[in-house]
Design a protein. Structure first.
Length: 256
């Protein structure tokens, strides 16, 4: 990393941060899930490439446009940032709750708005392991995918960097989807997996899709701390100052 992660000045407001994460996760799950449902329509001819591009474009949208609190619209990313000390545990809990709420709302609306035949064919957008993939293989694949996403987001900082970060994250999601979607469903997002299981009432494979992304994100967080110890320490100190301080200096934009 060329510089440590530092949340935007807009992130001082926890309500705005939670709302941003909820909206971002809603859009991500709804747009990506909508394409998964449409891919089940035989007359459209949508395939893996279109699914990957849709996932990447949706993630680029939510990371590039919405105000951010470092949560990445993904509980696994949020937990990784908290483990690194880049956001506080309390802030992480708030963001994860908001992400799950946004994901549930998205799946509920998909269930209500899309034809039932597509919903049933797509298993309610649940990520399902291929019959050729064992539980251990699926776990490792999902963990690697989430770890790659954490790495792509690790330099996210100021608004000036947001466009580059959004493009990098979107391309990462697209590449990971191309690589593992046929094998695991490429959920990579515990909020998305939880929402699909809650709405469909099916919990098969849920534990894997809840734990594997978190495990992969934490491994990457550990690697980032080992490879950039000074940046990690600086980020932790900055996060503590941001959470503890309410002076006007908190609103100053980050310096390069």
């Amino acid at each position: 990393m060329t510089r440590p992660f530092r949340p935007d000045r807009n992130d001082a407001d926890p309500v705005a941060a939670a709302a941003s994460e909820a909206l971002g996760t809603f859009l991500l799950v709804f747009l990506a899930g909508g394409v998964l449902l449409q891919a089940r329509a035989p007359d459209l001819g949508l395939g893996l490439l279109e699914i990957a591009l849709a996932h990447g474009a949706a993630y680029a949208l939510v990371t590039g446009v919405l105000p951010r609190a470092g949560g990445g619209c993904n509980p696994a990313v949020t937990i990784a940032w908290s483990a690194l000390g880049w956001i506080s545990p309390v802030r992480a809990l708030v963001l994860v709750t908001a992400q799950c709420a946004g994901a549930v709302l998205a799946v509920v609306l998909m269930r209500a708005l899309f034809p039932g035949t597509l919903w049933d064919a797509a298993r309610g957008t649940r990520a399902v392991l291929s019959l050729d993939v064992s539980t251990v293989q699926g776990f490792v694949l999902e963990a690697i995918g989430a770890a790659t996403l954490v790495l792509a987001l690790a330099e996210a900082a100021s608004a000036r960097q947001r466009a580059a970060t959004a493009l990098r994250a979107g391309l990462t999601i697209a590449a990971v989807t191309l690589a593992i979607h046929p094998l695991t469903g490429a959920s990579l997002n515990p909020a998305r997996a939880l929402a699909a299981s809650l709405v469909t009432g099916v919990t098969d494979g849920l534990s894997l899709h809840l734990t594997a992304p978190v495990a992969g994100a934490l491994v990457m967080a550990l690697l980032l701390r080992m490879l950039t110890p000074r940046a990690g320490a600086a980020s932790s100190a900055q996060a503590a100052r941001t959470d503890a301080s309410s002076t006007p200096n908190d609103d100053a934009p980050p310096t390069p």
